[in-house]
Design a protein around this ligand. Sequence first.
Ligand code: 6GU
Length: 223
Amino acid sequence: MRIDIITVLPELLESPFNHSMLQRAKDRGLLEINLVNLRQYGLGKHKQIDDYQYGGGAGLVMMCEPIVNCIEQLKSERSYDEIIYMTPDGERLNQKTVNSLSIQKNLLVLCGHYKGIDERIRELLITKEISIGDYVLSGGELAAAVLVDAVGRLLPGVLNDETSALYDSFQDNLLSPPVYTRPEDFRGSVVPEILLSGHEKKIQEWRFEKAVERTQQRRPDLL
Ligand code: 6GU
């Protein structure tokens, strides 16, 4: 998969993908991430990318020309399965969307800033709008990092144990069951006996039961 990310702050996105799973995905040639600095497409000698909004009001709006020129340039080089705009008023990201994006070949992600982007860009070029939750970030970059991480770890060959994504929280609309490692007794708090039994079928049943219980308690909306 290739993901192109259009941003005014490429520095902010340089580190998040250089560690752990995402680094492994890149090393194995499963994931290519290309940061595009929107400033290059800015207008005039100041490379302007934003301007005051019509109708007045505080806050700058990202202009049509730099973004449209940038996207058109990228589209002339390859075709995209989705052109995603990261915005707090987008559809809230969930595992289902992450799963469906993880089977695409080319994604283009646009990070918004300030008061957002000129509405006409959304009408003309954006195919999907994504928010990562009901709170406001100062820009779309950290949200894009969240999206790319969630998608990148699902690419076949990225996870060590390929089945492990199957047991992720949310993968079947259930939260994960509790997990334990050594020692067996930590300050008097002990690991549930069933997990020490070696009884694989019973352990699976226990985990499922705990997953349902935890989901009921914490996220009944998922059931
Ligand atoms: Cl995608 N962008 C911004 N600026 N804030 C957000 C968001 C995105 N998702 C949640 N809050």
